[in-house]
Design a protein around this ligand. Sequence first.
Ligand code: 13P
Length: 346
Amino acid sequence: MGIYAEELRMTAKSMIQKGKGILAMDESNGTCNKRFDVLGIPTTEASRQAYRELILTTPGLSDYVSGPILYDETIRQTSKAGVPFLKVIADAGMIPGIKVDTGAKDMAGHPNEKVTEGLDGLRDRIAEYYQMGARFAKWRAVITIGEGIPSRACIEANAHGLARYAALCQEGGLVPIVEPEVLIDGDHTLERCYQVTDETLDAVFSQLYTQGVAYNQMILKPSMVIPGKACAQQATVEQVAAATVRCLLKNVPATVAGIAFLSGGQTKEQSSAHLNAMNKLFGDQLPWPVTFSYARAIQQPALDYWSGKDENVKEAQKHLLERAKFNSLASKGEYSSDLEKQLTAV
Ligand code: 13P
């Protein structure tokens, strides 16, 4: 057992405490700028700082969010008043996390497939982030469904990377969020998504086992089992929830500390409804807390409203808080689309 075992267990427990989830705001500068570009927001460090300050200073955010996932630029920034973001987070009673992968890169010899990089020097970066105050980390692997893909090579390389990352995190005192994302892009069916997610999770847990990762000191961040966006046969909320739960129960050891989903390009309403259905319909079968670790499904309405304008900050924060609250309700099986319609109509 590692020297951080007890601390990691406690941190993981706090991250997935009842009614709370994780807020992903760890977009790399490239991704953040892409989202800004669409809205005509200047793609500068000052804009990124202002936007992240808007998020982190949202009153009441910590009622629904246990911790934000930051990017390297953000973890070093301060509010306009000069308060380090890490202090803003700690004062709100939240736990700071940090993205540590360096991106999904084209995989050699495997057209249209990606492998996530970032293991070089990772031990030292983890030590620095821990010393700064971060207590958990994230690494995202990407699996693409298409003609003849994913290959076994892609699944194994990504699973291996995730496990090596997770082991280094636990050695250095950060709870690893292990994120194997099966992309929603494409015209594949729900059954095909199930098959690929099943094979991916099986490979990931096999590698985690081989690398000696402690399951009760990690969080799994999976994608849901859902038809591709361009699939003619879309699924009901109940079908997505049932298939996702079946796949998780088959592959995820009961001792894993918690599951926190990504939203992956689903609409904000879908993301809440699917999470809700899993907890409401299958809650009694789930051995782990099942919650959210969304980026777009929480942030997008706030970002759209803000559009880079100071005068919109307060109203944008209300939009952010509203989505955080809906997803908190969903993590308890207490969300409904009727409730959403009622509350957002006013
Ligand atoms: P989305 O919820 O927008 O998919 O983002 C989650 C995330 O952290 C991706 O790595």
